[in-house]
Design a protein. Structure first.
Length: 653
């Protein structure tokens, strides 16, 4: 079972006084967000003001960040049986999670457990950074990490009561945050703070009898029970949110490594291997923590170099650019831009595009969208990388594998304006444009430490999909025999209707693939584009003479995996001529599962495909395009599902 980590970006914001000051820039990628209403500029909606979206962060004066463990539950509840985990053991594991982040040599983040708090209720804004296994009745996620942050630049003066409890939370007698008066909560140094500054963070873990989880601390205890989960795996993820990191889309490191990075928002609690790999920080997690808290960027305080520290600029360089929508001619908010090592094709890091703003009602605290020209300031992105040659990829935050709502408000803004409707592609240098000849072509970007490579600008492809299916309703088929073929028919009439009489490109096939065990890469025996004929409920597909074929096709976990055809314009001409002569009546996209067992993973099941079963209320599928075969000779029509395969066409460049 894959459970969603609760992501909190704007759940408990402190409305600080509005003052005249410069707003902080919204950073693309890797960051949880809040509002910045400092400038108070009138928005296009009367009575409202402009609110920029900015990242949340800990000010260096608040570091080290001190947490207190809720001491009222000991042992920790176990919804599956008798309690077995002591509070002390749980606390030690939570500190192990903090230590993993603290140990990054290029990041100055420092989070520590410094005591306990006897809070008999659930967490709240009290200037205490609380770790608790108490949650509210309606809480269903594994855990969450809500933060309270400033939504305007503010001069905090001595004696200011931030949480409204009648006690001062700001002191002019200190230079770093501390419990000055010994009452258990934290006081901040008086001074100027930027919008986005985190005032307090809590982490809560769900152990309720209903919908709660058993947390284990021994890696050997990892099991397939979907309500049992490794505590360190969860803690490290939530502690990433604690210092401002957002969710990411990255759930497959390479063609041979199905691991997800720590900040991926789902954990497969039925796959012990997935849990254990996510308890270790990935390159993406380390890069973003370092980018936001870079060592060696000040002469004193936490950012200054101390024993064991490594300057950020000695290790990392930056890839910068923008993302433009090829059809709408708009900057894109919330597109995922990734860097994959050109040698080895291993994922390293990814960021999100766009600087955004909203219209804010100061009377109600509500936010509103106006139009893309107002809400999306630019499509800028940045991705931190190490020394290497990097393929820069572009992917929509479209729900496969992660929705915009799980990323940020910036991503949601782009989604609400319909911008997350493009297929993934690579930056191809001078050939980058809306209509490309080869969307799978990648021109590597060389980067050395301390260098910023700018103007790596991406344009989403203007393409047309022949996709005779509706929403994702199921995945299947777990009982398929080795070597089973899945095929989807594309009638010649559908292709002929695309720019009739003109040269066209047949660029790629898209296969919605899935794997039951998250640690496993979905590998298929082959993917094929072939012609074929239909007779009644069966089809005959010419697999012996494919139009395009690749062996060992690498799928994606709950996403559309592209099969880029090698010569799209030539293929388009061949198919057009075949249709005109009557030699081509149908094209078929064919995917074959591996021919041998055992299939990898704890479940031992074959790689799966996405299915449309006509479940959604607005989904009126036309069944009959999908076929299966066990021998590759006779393909039998499937009448109750549509396989989610699509053929992608484009105009001539």
């Amino acid at each position: 079972m894959r459970k969603l980590f609760a992501r909190v970006s704007m759940i408990a914001l402190l409305a600080a006084a509005v003052s005249a000051a410069t707003t902080a820039p919204a950073l693309a990628g890797g960051a949880l967000e809040t509002l910045d209403i400092t400038a108070g500029t009138p928005s296009p909606i009367p009575g409202q003001i402009v609110a920029k979206l900015v990242r949340i962060f800990w000010d260096p004066r608040t570091i080290p960040i001190k947490y207190r463990m809720n001491s009222t539950l000991d042992p920790i509840p176990n919804p599956l049986g008798a309690p077995f985990l002591s509070r002390a053991a749980a606390q030690a594991e939570l500190q192990n999670g903090f230590n993993a982040w603290n140990a990054i040599p290029t990041s100055y983040i420092d989070m520590r457990i410094s005591g306990t708090v006897a809070n008999p209720g659930t967490r709240g804004f009290d200037m205490i950074n609380e770790l608790t296994f108490r949650t509210t009745a309606g809480f269903t996620a594994i855990a969450s990490s809500p933060s309270v942050s400033l939504i305007a630049d503010e001069n905090l003066t001595n004696g200011t009561d931030l949480d409204g409890d009648g006690d001062s939370d700001v002191s002019s007698a200190i230079t770093t945050s501390n419990d000055v008066d010994g009452d258990g909560d934290i006081e901040m140094p008086a001074g100027f703070y930027k919008a986005g500054t985190i005032l307090e963070n809590d982490i809560q873990f769900n152990t309720k009898t209903t919908n709660g989880f058993r947390f284990t601390v021994d890696p050997a205890a990892a099991d397939t029970n979907t309500r049992s989960v490794d505590l360190l795996c969860v803690a490290i993820h939530e502690e990433g949110h604690s210092h401002g990191l957002s969710h990411v889309l990255d759930n497959q490191i390479s063609a041979t490594d199905g691991s997800a990075t720590t900040m991926y928002p789902f954990i497969d609690t039925g796959d012990p291997a997935a849990e254990l790999t996510q308890r270790t920080l990935g390159t993406d997690d380390i890069a973003w923590s370092s980018y936001f808290y870079p060592e060696g960027t000040a002469n004193s305080g936490p950012p200054s170099l101390q024993a064991g520290d490594v300057p950020f600029k000695l290790v990392y360089g930056l890839i910068k650019g923008s993302v433009q929508h090829g059809e709408f001619n708009e900057p894109v908010a919330g597109a995922s831009v990734s860097a994959t090592n050109a040698i080895g094709n291993t994922f390293f890091s990814a960021g999100f595009s766009g600087t955004t703003q909203v219209s804010y009602d100061p009377n109600t605290g509500e936010i509103f969208l106006v139009d893309p020209a107002f809400n999306i300031i630019n499509g800028n992105y940045v991705v931190p990388v190490k020394l290497g040659l990097w393929k820069v990829g572009l992917e929509a935050t479209d729900g496969f594998p992660v929705s915009s709502a799980s990323i940020s408000l910036t991503a949601q803004i782009g989604d609400l304006f319909g911008q997350q409707n493009f297929n993934e592609e690579f930056w191809d240098g001078p050939l980058e444009r809306a209509v490309e000849l080869q969307p799978g072509l990648a021109i590597p970007v060389p980067v050395i430490p301390s260098q910023t490579v700018s103007n790596i600008d991406l344009v989403t492809n203007a393409q047309t999909e022949i996709a005779n299916f509706g929403s994702l309703d199921f995945v299947g088929f777990t009982g398929s025999a080795p070597g089973t073929y899945y095929a989807v028919r594309i009638p010649a009439s559908d292709i002929a209707a695309f720019h009739p009489g003109q040269l066209i490109q047949i660029q790629e096939g898209l296969f919605h693939t899935f794997v039951l065990d998250a640690s496993v890469v979905p590998v298929y025996a082959e993917a094929t584009l072939a012609k074929g004929t239909v007779s009644g409920s069966t089809a005959s597909i010419d697999l012996a003479h494919p139009l395009a074929k690749t062996n060992g096709f690498i799928g994606q976990d709950n996403d559309f995996a592209p099969f880029y055809f090698p010569a799209p314009l030539l293929l388009g001409g061949v198919v057009r001529a075949g249709i005109q002569s009557g030699n081509i009546q149908n094209l078929f996209l064919v995917l074959r599962i591996p021919t041998t067992t055992p299939f990898p993973g704890v479940s031992g099941l074959p790689p799966l495909i996405g299915l449309d079963g006509g479940v959604a209320a607005n989904d009126a599928p036309i069944f009959g395009y999908s076929y299966t075969s066990t021998d590759g000779v006779t393909f039998n029509q499937v009448t109750n599902f549509n396989f989610r395969f699509a053929l992608v066409l484009a105009e001539k460049p």
